[in-house]
Design a protein around this ligand. Sequence first.
Ligand code: AQP
Length: 335
Amino acid sequence: MQNSFKNVIFTGIQPSGMLTLGNYLGTMQYWRNFQNFSKCYFCIADLHVLTNCLTKKINFLKNSILDTLSWYLACGINPEKSIIFVQSDVVLHTQLYWILGCMSSFGELSRMTQFKSKLLLQPKNVNLGLLNYPVLMASDILLYQTNLVLVGEDQKQHLEFTQKIAKRFNKIYGKIFVIPKIFIPNLGKKIMGLQNPLLKMSKTNKNVNNVIFLSDSIEVALLKIKNSVTDSDTPPQIFYNPSIKPGISNLLIIASLLSKNSISVLEKKFKNYTYQQFKESVSEILKKFLIRIQKLYFFYRKNESKLYKILEKGSYIANLNSQKFFKKIRKKINI
Ligand code: AQP
């Protein structure tokens, strides 16, 4: 079955909270188109969320998994074409994780940018899972002979680690892993916070005003745009240049991707606008998008039994496919 597809694609999101506009623009918006010519695995990466639980209990996971799945469906993921599953439903992810962990050095893992920034941001929650996060991610990907991974830019370093560990394994034991290519979109690869446009917009951002959640009410979302940080030049200058105009550039990217107009078209359109008028236009574009996607989300979210069936089917296929491949890995390392 695998050979009849052009690509085997793996991607996923942690159900660590409410999905954001960053998740959508950085990666999810592209997913639906890949389904038609690729074998796609869309994972809900619940085990990755446990890296936050050294000092506290996480009790939102079950609901968050169903929410995440409903957003996947709202973005056009078709469970008839693609494999949608929960990471912890396929135990081989953690088996391969152990094997690859034994082939990863402490030095290379502790030098990862994300690990280092979490070390600074949450020094009381530095657990082994956090250090080994990229190893589990590599296992997620390599277990399915993936040749293309769809992610936002923040995951680039982890993906390069995946490539490195796959090559290392192949060199020692003989070729078995496919070396996956990385698809990071040009525009939208890193949507920034609205209050701090130098910081990535993320689900677990402490300041909710930095983040547009896909589930935000229209009023709340528009207020966040209205209060977003731009500039104070007089007369106002609306043009794209992330280094000198990070806030404006971020809003231009959002508007461009949601309206399907190029940045240069929008720069011309907004040339003589005030910042307030500019934000009102971005709000209008965002509003249309949110109304459309939230309608779809609520449609899928209300039918929990159907959601559970989708996950059951997905994990059945993911288990089946990974078991076949894992036998080959075991053979290679003589276990
Ligand atoms: N701001 C973003 N811009 C572009 N792409 C983004 N992604 C996340 N944020 C942005 C991409 O979405 C996928 C899933 O992301 P994730 O669940 O690993 O990260 P998150 O939404 O940022 O959630 P967390 O829990 O708050 O994670 P941390 O603490 O790691 O930031 C990925 O493809 C990601 O690139």
